[in-house]
Design a protein around this ligand. Structure first.
Ligand SMILES: C[S@@+](CC[C@H](N)C(=O)[O-])C[C@H]1O[C@@H](n2cnc3c(N)ncnc32)[C@H](O)[C@@H]1O
Length: 499
């Protein structure tokens, strides 16, 4: 070991922290180490990876780019950079970086497969086909190869074609239980439960002790809303493989929804014993146990909204009668004189842009920020933002050199419990007399709490305390409907603050 390099033990410890999901610890330790060994690219890579896991993708990109400028020949670096670009919705740059990774390491099947996956997301089916074909040529015996093609067809919503690929494979190996199980899932996706069950049963005859088979059967029953049968199948999967954390997580989630909190807690505890990095389960475990954490994990929020984005508006506005932006706008109109305007606004947690639409006409310039690239992609389509960033709200304000005179945030603090850092960032970056306009889920007593729903609620007293600490005043406050939850209208706390 050279004296100007960190000890291997220190580097291993950093990797371990990341593997265990202790991303903040990994980041602060790596940052300390990097001050001592500024040229160590491994440590920088840990810093970038930790930023990525914390949802701070712009910072991750900056660090990856600085590594690239020192050594542009590391394929894995381009791969990581590509993933960060991808997470911020910068698909073209992501694909370019992934192509560079493939150029530097053309015999790496994972890189080829991931390039194919990126082409798929960009709806470049031909590009995907070529990359997947290259991956298949590199590893013709790898079962992954044909499944890339199957995935390609599924992603293109060619469910029938995807099923045909499985059928083709089955034709060659009619008694392969794994293929029969895949066929079952494929027909389940196609909405053909009879064929699905037929394949699952044949698979079970050939391999009655496959935990994966029972997992897929569990998903099949869950899709068909037969929760008792789903739990039985997932339980069988965990009997056959006691470390099957995804199966425990499925059981926990079904029990939680059915109100069996104690049993759900047991399941989730088991998940965390096996997979301590599962941040979603960690979050809901705290929520169910009534333990209030400071904030929802960034990775959980990102994954949740990335997968929910396409259904968000139909569900929230349509089914759940969401009122946030409209109620706040009415309050603002009542509080301000006619014709009041603002120069620079920022919509914190802009989502698909519903608040941007509601307030755009009083703003000369509007920025939007959100952790979820897919939500930001939909916000972009609305054309109401001058600038959109995929980032955490606090970093977005702190990293900006604009003095905003209008801060807006609707239904976002439900994922941010402790508002101290956010209020401090707003105060720091506020123009003279700026407004801070937002909604909360209202908490009658105490400060803020993580509710069993996995969302935070904040009391008016807590917001008043934040105002005292950060030199702001409550101009208006009201309790009004927010959105439906379990058939009841939730009460929101609506605030207009002046800085
Ligand atoms: C319920 S949606 C509300 C979206 C939008 N404000 C509206 O009213 O329609 C919550 C949004 O906040 C985003 N979000 C939650 N925590 C965040 C954070 N710390 N930084 C940035 N965005 C966040 C989520 O990704 C999601 O898009």
């Amino acid at each position: 070991m050279k004296a100007d390099e960190p000890a291997k033990k220190q580097l291993d410890a950093l990797v371990k922290l990341l593997d265990r999901g202790r991303d903040h610890d990994a980041l602060s330790r790596a940052a300390r180490l990097s001050r001592k060994y500024p040229d160590n690219l491994f440590v920088l890579n840990i810093i970038a990876s930790a930023y990525g896991k914390l949802g701070e993708h712009d910072k991750a990109i900056r660090v990856f780019e600085s590594i690239r400028s020192r050594d542009p020949e590391i394929p894995q670096l381009h791969h990581n950079l590509a993933i960060s670009f991808f997470r911020t919705g910068r698909l073209n740059e992501a694909t370019t970086a992934m192509k560079e990774a493939v150029r530097l390491d053309p015999l790496n099947t994972t890189l080829q497969s991931n390039l194919g996956a990126m082409y798929l997301v960009g709806s470049d089916v031909m590009g995907a086909r070529d990359a997947f074909a290259a991956a298949a040529q590199l590893a013709p015996d790898s079962p992954d190869a044909q499944w890339n093609f199957e995935r390609m067809e599924r992603a293109a919503r060619n469910l029938r074609k995807a099923a045909l690929i499985v059928e083709d494979a089955l034709h060659e190996n009619p008694n392969d239980p794994v293929l029969l199980c895949k066929a079952g899932s494929s027909y389940s996706h196609l909405g053909d439960p009879k064929s699905a069950m037929k394949y699952f049963q044949r698979s079970r005859e050939l391999d009655p002790d496959s935990p994966e088979l029972y997992f897929h059967i569990g998903q099949f029953w869950k899709k068909n809303k037969q929760m008792g049968k789903a739990v039985q199948a997932f339980e069988r999967a965990t009997e056959l493989n006691p470390s099957y954390s995804d199966a425990f997580a499925q059981i926990g989630s079904i029990l939680k929804k059915a109100g069996h909190t104690d049993r759900a807690i047991n399941c989730y505890e088991r998940v965390l014993e096996i997979s301590p990095e599962n941040v979603e389960v960690a979050h809901f475990l705290s929520a169910m146990k009534g333990e209030t954490t400071d904030t929802a994990p960034a990775q959980y929020v990102t994954d949740l909204f990335d997968s929910y984005a396409s259904r968000f508006e139909a569900n929230l506005v349509g089914d759940l009668e969401y009122r946030g932006p409209e109620v706040l706008r009415k309050m603002l109109d009542a509080a301000l004189s006619d014709g009041a305007r603002f120069k620079a606004g920022i919509d914190l947690g802009c989502g698909t842009g519903l608040s941007g639409m509601a307030f755009r006409d009083v703003l000369d310039h509007l920025a939007g920020v959100d952790l979820s690239a897919n939500m930001v992609g939909l916000a972009e389509e609305k054309g109401v933002y001058d600038r959109l960033t995929v980032s955490d709200v606090v970093s977005a304000i702190s990293d900006s050199d604009v003095a905003f005179d209008f801060f807006l945030s609707t239904d976002v603090f439900v994922y941010v419990g402790d508002l101290e850092d956010l209020f401090a960032a707003v105060r720091e970056n506020a123009a003279q007399g700026a407004l801070f306009v937002f909604s909360t889920e209202d908490l009658e007593e105490g400060t803020f709490a993580l509710l069993p729903s996995g969302r935070y609620a904040h009391s008016r007293d807590y917001i008043a305390k934040m105002c005292d600490r950060h030199d702001m005043k409550i101009v208006d406050f009201g309790r009004h409907p927010l959105r439906m939850e379990f058939g009841k209208m939730l009460v929101g706390g609506y605030y207009i603050l002046r800085t």
